[in-house]
Design a protein around this ligand. Structure first.
Ligand code: 13P
Ligand code: SF4
Length: 639
């Protein structure tokens, strides 16, 4: 978060903290001052009790410091980061009565803001594979506008207008009052020529009137339309004016709404129907707190096992976890390293598919463990083997009509971010695997084998890589599982792309690149190829996480970077290269929720179990799948 955003948040919060402290503490916390010694130092752990997104840590810190400047507040996560149940969000140390007096007020802010961020993130994730952007509204708690909207941004949403004064929005009441839509717009524009203007329409007839206005409006809001009408509205508008869907947007409907092709979806519920995020604070004396340190246990077990155990860590892992990795890398480097190590136990700090690759490539007797067996990958989950196999059957049928077959004409490539079953599918059908580090080489090889490629699950990596080889969009076909393409479309396609995407990398937008370049002329923009093609085209460079790391390492002091990939890597690069300016491309840096599932606590549990002779969270793959997945992976590693 930049200093200006932080200051704006704290300025908006200061009067609210005064009100809250006055109503809760008033002349003093009667119980705490009566029961606790005034100077006894206590230690408090603020812990998440459910899965969600944290927002409001600077506000919680400001509350503690307002109650007693002697309190120290240490955040263990950043705003916008996903946390798991049991995870420590922050620690506070200070005089006991002060800690307990501040606790409720600090948590009230943190719980409300994290509730908004968590709800927002669930909507953002639901539309991640579409082009729609989730917006908030003015339906915020009175007085809390800045806080509520900040929390929406931390959840990955985008703010709509802040207030009535920063954007013109002509609604039904204005239209009815002015007499006509055109007249209302004319009057609004005449008085405020510099403000952007949006018009709300209730029918397709009103939409046509709005589209006829010159110069074109900045945005049109489709109020409470059903899906078919929205689809028609998108077709009529044909990209001339951005469209916003509004009204009755629920989690169950939001993806369908996004798939109509609208550009924005505004949701009042993000801030008017807030469910507080469950957090608690437990207090203990300072000396007791230091005895339950998971890092100490990890160090102990690691030392006892020596080179019988290796810890591998992906670049997106938390700082405190990656600190224990014997080797850190991108998915390609980790796959190679896993295949080379002779250690008996491989503890994989990454997501499940990465540990699965290690298990597939493991030597006899080697065991692979993961601190959280549930740490999946949003992208990998967009493609299940039976659905891909069904698409393959349809491809086969379409090519059979020309006297050929899928096996004769198509090389399947699965991005490594996929289940073992899909890798096995590629092994069986003469295909292979790729990572973001070798996708170009793999695609070239695949097209040298057969004239077509079926690439899954990441449509963007597939498209970006095909562009590098000079393949035009017209030669690519985006698969649609609900409405499979026609046989003619299949026969005309060179690269068939699965419609999957990573929700973390979809949060970067072209506006971020423009804003960065306007603010830092000469800044180098580098993005991961899981970002949309329009971003890759506009960026200075694109590549895997290891590629990004290498570019930064090779750059001279003074270089400025805006990086479009997961935030923990970006923060680490900045810490390791203080002579360069290294920023996240997005003003709200995205964290990978799946990678966040690996914590110091669950790494310590796995290590502790190992010390007791137990294999906790072992990753295994059943032999037949493992055989074919290994065929596909070894094909990749031999290229
Ligand atoms: P890398 O291949 O760059 O490690 O990327 C893996 C990944 O999951 C990116 O989101
Ligand atoms: Fe999967 Fe995206 Fe996380 Fe990478 S960043 S592990 S693709 S969800």
């Amino acid at each position: 978060m930049d200093d200006k955003t932080l200051q704006a948040l704290l300025d908006a919060t200061a009067p609210l903290i005064e009100l809250a402290v006055a109503e809760d503490i008033g002349p003093g916390d009667a119980t705490s001052t009566a029961t606790l010694a005034p100077n006894a130092l206590l230690h408090g752990r603020i812990t998440a009790k459910e899965h969600g997104i944290i927002a409001g840590l600077p506000v919680a810190e400001a509350v503690f410091r307002r109650v007693d400047p002697a309190i120290t507040f240490t955040a263990h996560v950043a705003d916008g980061q996903e946390v798991a149940p049991g995870e420590i969000v922050a620690e506070v140390v200070g005089p006991g009565p002060s800690l307990l007096a501040a606790e409720r007020t600090a948590l009230n802010f943190l719980q409300r803001m994290s509730g908004i961020a968590t709800l927002t993130r669930s909507f953002v994730a639901a539309v991640a594979t579409t082009n729609a952007t989730i917006l908030d509204t003015r339906k915020t708690l009175p007085g809390y506008r800045v806080l509520d909207k900040y929390a929406v941004r931390m959840g990955g949403g985008v703010n709509h207008r802040m207030s009535l004064f920063d954007m013109l929005m002509v609604k039904d009441n204005h239209i009815d009052g002015a007499g006509s839509l055109a007249l209302a717009v004319e009057r609004a524009r005449a008085q405020h020529p510099d403000l952007p203007i949006e018009v709300e329409v209730r029918t397709l007839d009103e939409l046509r009137q709005a589209l006829a206005i010159e110069p074109p409006l900045d945005r049109i809001m489709l109020d409470n339309m059903d899906l078919n009408t929205m689809r028609e509205a998108v077709a009529i508008t044909a990209g001339r004016v951005p469209l916003e869907a509004s009204g009755n947007v629920t989690r169950a409907r939001v993806k369908d709404i996004a798939e109509t092709g609208v550009d924005f979806i505004s949701i009042g519920a993000l801030t008017h129907s807030v469910k507080a995020f469950d957090l608690s604070m437990k207090i203990q004396p300072v000396d007791k707190a230091t005895k339950t340190d998971p890092a100490a246990r990890i160090r102990e077990v690691k030392a006892a096992f020596g080179n019988r155990l290796v810890i591998l860590g992906h670049h997106y892992q938390r700082e405190e976890v990656i600190a224990f990795a014997d080797f850190r890398g991108d998915s390609l480097e980790l796959a190679r390293r896993a295949a080379q190590t002779d250690a008996e136990f491989i503890v994989f700090c990454g997501v499940h598919f990465m540990a699965e690759v290690a298990a597939i490539l493991a030597k006899p007797g080697q065991r692979v463990l993961i601190p959280d067996i549930e740490a999946g990958c949003f992208l990998a989950e967009t493609a299940a083997e039976p659905v891909v196999a069904e698409a393959w059957r349809l491809l086969d049928a379409a090519l059979a009509a020309t006297g050929s077959s899928a096996d004769a004409e198509i090389t399947p490539i699965t991005y490594v971010n996929s289940d073992a079953e899909l890798k096995a599918f590629c092994g069986r059908h003469n295909g292979t695997v790729c990572t973001s580090g070798n996708a170009e080489k793999v695609l070239k090889w695949a097209l040298s084998q057969r004239p077509r490629v079926f690439f899954f699950p990441d449509q963007h990596l597939g498209r970006n890589t095909a562009h590098k080889l000079g393949i035009a969009d017209a030669e690519m076909l985006l698969w649609n599982t609900r409405r499979p393409p026609s046989a003619e479309a299949i026969q005309a396609a060179k690269v068939i792309l699965w419609p999957g995407a990573c929700n973390v990398h979809q949060r970067f937008r072209v506006e971020h690149i423009h804003a960065m370049r306007a603010r830092y002329p000469g800044i180098r923009v580098i993005v991961h190829p899981e970002c949309k093609a329009e971003l890759v085209a506009l960026a200075d460079d694109a590549g895997s996480t290891a590629y990004i790391v290498k570019q930064v390492e090779a750059a001279p002091a003074g270089t400025q970077w805006a990086i479009g990939t997961e935030s923990r890597l970006v923060h680490r690069l900045q810490a390791e290269h203080p002579n360069q300016l290294i920023l996240s491309l997005s003003d709200v840096p995205p964290f990978c929720a799946n990678m966040s599932q690996i914590t110091l606590a669950n790494l310590a549990e796995v290590m502790d179990a190992l010390a007791r002779g137990e294999l906790l969270n072992e990753v295994t793959v059943e032999p037949e799948t493992r055989h074919w997945a290994r065929v596909a992976l070894e094909r990749m590693l031999s290229l």
